[in-house]
Design a protein around this ligand. Sequence first.
Ligand code: R5P
Length: 320
Amino acid sequence: MKKIQLIAGRSHPELAEEISKLLKVPLTPVDCKCFADGEMYVRIKDKVRGNDVYVIQSMCAPANDRLMETLIMIDALRRASAGRINLICPYLCYSRQDRKAASREAITAKLVANLITKAGADRLVTVDLHADQIQGFYDIPVDHFVGYPLFAKYLKAKKMLGNTVIVSPDIGGVKKADKMADMLGLKLAIIDKVRKAHDTAEVTHVVGDVEGKRAIIVDDVISTGGSVCVASEILKKMGAKEVIVCATHGVLSGNPKELFDNSSIDQILLTNSIPIPEEKISKKMKIVSLGPLLAKIIKRVSKERSLGELFTWEDKKQSL
Ligand code: R5P
């Protein structure tokens, strides 16, 4: 069997450390720095020849730097004859630019796919792409995981699934919310959200019954926080007694902490796909770690074992 090597980009050292501890595989040292003119330099400090290498990098802000660092890292690994280069990227930048919504726009998610593939990645492991079809932008295997089973597990453990309805915050999120509702045997409600300009969200009505219920909003990303705050407002107006937001990626542009603290949302569950600095953590937030799931994925990929079992949410203890 090929030797596993873990290499951390600079975006999320805590997550890389957590995975390394769980797998009992040390992180391979890397020299990553910027020259005075801003150009990046990467050198892998150990041999990688023939090995099964896992680059752990979340492409969060500053996304362009993280993307470039990843590409350079993959190039360095390829030129050093790594046996297989697996990119473990819990948050893939530009996923929301997956189609032309207006004329003369780019499809940046496809451009990113071309760059990652061309640099030499052999596999991409990621979580909650904004649109499932982005998988098809890659001509390499893509293992696309979702965050909602982790939230379901957490909510079940806290006995927070009774008298509950799952809510999609917009039409685009219906499929994901419906899957979570189906998995939990709960009903679905849908919010009609419109964006009249970038980074603004307006809600007109809710389809489905939320009165007297706990409403769990499921979304892939919280960026400015506007979508989930207006969603919570209308849900409460329609009689929901509690609003919980489950979002995989806490992009948290600007700093919506105050917005959340003053909002009608009761609790926000995020994963650590993106590191969340102390000053952005609202008292309503709870962070669920992706570390154990990613460690299991790496272990199974390295042993050429199926990943299907990892998509479930039940309390079965899945081995590394
Ligand atoms: C939109 O389609 C996404 O699923 C999120 O709802 C959106 O990106 C969140 O953005 P914001 O927090 O800025 O409203």
